[in-house]
Design a protein around this ligand. Structure first.
Ligand code: RTP
Ligand code: MG
Length: 155
C-alpha cells in the first residue's frame, strides 16, 4: 500500500487592484489553474477600509499601512479559493517574494512587477491565515465542492 505524505489544503488568493487594472486577472487565474490547483471559490469585489483592516490586521499599526489601505481599496480585486496538495506553499512559491524587484523571474511578481506594494497577488501565508482569510472573503455556501472527473458525459 502506498502512503503519500501530503495534505490537501485550501488557500485564499487575491488578484490585487493593480493586476485587475492591468487586465491581468485572467492571465493570473490561468497560472493557478495551469499549475493544477482546483478553483472552488471565485468572485470580484471591492475591498472596503473595514475589510482591509480585518484582512491586514497584522499590518494595521505599521508605517506602510495607510498606503497599503489606499492601494488595496483603489479598485476591485478578484478573490479565489484554490484547493490542492500543499496549496498554501505552492501558491506562495508561485507568487515570489513581496518586492517585485527582488522576485525571481518565473514567479508572478518576478514576471509582472517592479513594485514592493503593487505586487499583483496575495496568498495566505499559513494554515491558520488561510482558514481566517477564507472566512473573511467567502460564505461557506460560496465554496463549491465538485468532481473533476466527467466520466460518462461523452456523447
Ligand atoms: P500579501 O500578504 O499581500 O500576500 O504579501 P506578502 O505576504 O508578500 O507581504 P506582507 O509583508 O504581508 O505585506 C502585505 C502587503 O503590504 C504591501 N507592503 N507594502 N511599502 C511597504 O513597505 C510594504 N510592505 C508591504 C504589499 O502589497 C504587501 O503584499
Ligand atoms: Mg502577507
Amino acid at each position: 500500500e502506498k502512503v503519500i505524505h501530503m495534505a490537501t489544503e485550501r488557500t485564499l488568493i487575491l488578484i490585487k487592484p493593480d493586476a485587475v487594472q492591468r487586465r491581468l486577472a485572467g492571465t493570473l487565474l490561468s497560472r493557478f489553474e495551469n499549475k493544477g490547483l482546483k478553483i472552488i471559490g471565485l468572485k470580484m469585489l471591492q475591498v472596503t477600509k473595514e475589510l482591509s483592516a480585518e484582512h491586514y490586521a497584522e499590518h494595521v499599526e505599521k508605517p506602510f499601512y495607510p498606503l497599503l489601505e489606499e492601494f488595496i481599496t483603489a479598485g476591485p480585486v478578484v478573490a479565489i479559493v484554490a484547493e490542492g496538495p500543499e496549496a498554501i506553499s505552492v501558491v506562495r512559491s508561485m507568487m515570489g517574494s513581496t518586492n517585485g524587484r527582488e522576485s525571481a523571474p518565473g514567479t508572478i511578481r518576478g514576471d509582472y512587477g517592479v513594485s514592493r506594494q503593487m505586487n499583483l497577488v496575495h496568498g495566505s501565508d499559513g494554515p491558520e491565515a488561510a482558514t481566517r482569510e477564507i472566512k473573511i472573503y467567502f460564505k461557506p455556501e460560496e465554496l463549491i465542492e465538485y468532481s473533476t472527473s466527467l466520466g460518462g458525459w461523452v456523447c
